[in-house]
Ligand binder design. Structure first.
Ligand code: NAD
Ligand code: ZN
Ligand code: ZN
Length: 357
């Protein structure tokens, strides 16, 4: 069955018919998203059209809808960078994929392929990159198009909704752990056990680290325990810096995926000598760092942004082998405004994944 037939068709001009799809659209910052019919994207050379089955709701989408960051998204915008589904159409020039293939469209929508970063396996730093659901329309919609070269295949047998969060939350935290350069047996702290954090701690366990999970809500920490955290700390009840220093002597790496400056400050102070703070969460804030301690303790502070296509393939493989699972709640696309409200209040344990049918 061709999914294109499921979309409605409207006449826009005399004689010209355009296929439309349902999408959630940000028209203005800090306003509710509008659920409306928009044209199904037209393919250009090298692109594929994906019939979206599921798309996770990342906190980044909330930042986009609020215009939180110095670099603003395009408006109007269809958010969504964890979109997964089935290829319905391929344009001329696509050789690696075919109709019926299962793929996902990540944050790294495209890169130039030619700059020093693209040429050295650091495509997520490409200055010419486009980002799904930010600088170009994403997957809060029935269809999303993408350049064939930048989508990543999903192995048979994996559930679309369950694998969706791996396309951002999974790959991002897996990559952050890689760049932390922690070694098996080391202690690692994850600050913020939300959409990213709950998978971060599972990658950390699968990579052989001991894990401290820090959050400010007990239900998130209960999930962390269930998923294998060795130590959990509620940052509102216990000072995590002291607790981590006392119990494990500091961590080799602290990954901050919380959306608050406080967590970053605490994460910085949780690392031991020679350790690394990896900044992943994106509160619009500055992080004051004591120069003396950084120098004398040989502490590294790193930023980490999503992951390459290869990182994503690896992150998916962990899930395929059952080493990482996403704690998801599915909701219809129509419910996006309610989901955003809950995400803003910290009321989501794991990830909400929007389903399109
Ligand atoms: P989320 O809202 O699901 O999770 C945030 C978690 O942090 C929540 O569980 C919350 O309770 C917890 N938290 C809040 N204050 C805390 C504190 N003081 N200490 C410890 N935990 C605290 O959000 P998410 O979808 O996981 O995204 C997290 C952040 O990561 C966002 O800013 C998002 O934009 C960013 N992000 C970055 C990248 C990247 O490549 N660097 C990729 C995806 C998302
Ligand atoms: Zn994301
Ligand atoms: Zn490039």
């Amino acid at each position: 069955m061709s999914a294109a037939n499921q979309g409605s068709t409207v006449k826009v001009k005399a004689g010209q018919e355009v296929k439309t799809m349902k999408a959630a659209v940000v028209n203005e910052f800090n306003q509710k998203l509008e659920i409306k019919n928009v044209p199904v994207p037209e393919l250009e050379y090298g692109e594929i059209l994906v019939k979206i089955k599921a798309c996770g709701v990342c906190h980044t989408d909330l930042h986009a809808a609020h215009g939180d960051w110095p670099v603003k998204p395009k408006l109007p915008l269809i958010p969504g960078h964890e979109g997964v589904g089935i290829i319905e159409k391929v344009a001329e020039g696509v050789t690696s994929l075919k109709v019926g293939d299962r793929v996902g469209i990540p944050w790294l929508y495209s890169a130039c392929g030619e700059c020093e970063y693209c040429l050295t396996g650091r495509e997520t730093l490409c200055p010419k990159q486009l980002n799904a659901g930010y600088s170009i329309d994403g997957a809060y919609a029935e269809y999303c198009k993408a350049p064939a070269q930048y989508v990543v295949k999903i192995p048979e047998g994996l559930d679309f909704a369950e694998i969706s969060p791996i396309f951002c939350a999974g790959v991002t935290t897996y990559k952050a752990l890689k760049v932390s350069e922690a070694k098996p047996g080391d202690w690692v702290a994850i600050y913020g056990i939300g959409g990213l954090g709950h998978v971060a701690l599972q990658y950390a366990k699968a990579m052989g680290f001991n894990v401290v999970a820090v959050d400010i809500q007990d239900d998130k920490l209960d999930l962390a325990k269930e998923l294998g955290a060795d130590l959990t700390i509620n940052g509102l009840k216990t000072d995590p810096i002291e607790d981590i220093q006392n119990k494990v002597g500091g961590v080799q790496a602290a990954i901050s995926v919380a959306v608050t400056k406080k967590a970053f400050e605490q994460a910085y102070k949780s690392v031991k000598r020679g350790g690394t703070l990896v900044a992943v969460g994106l509160p619009n804030a500055e992080l004051p760092i004591p120069i003396f301690d950084t120098v004398l303790n040989g502490v590294t502070v790193k930023g980490s942004i999503v992951g390459t296509r290869k990182d994503l393939q690896e992150a998916i493989q962990f899930a395929a082998e059952g080493k990482v699972r996403t704690n998801i709640e599915t909701k219809p696309l129509d419910n996006i405004n309610e989901v955003f409200e809950r995400l803003d209040k910290g009321e989501i344990n794991g990830r909400v994944v929007l389903t399109m049918e």
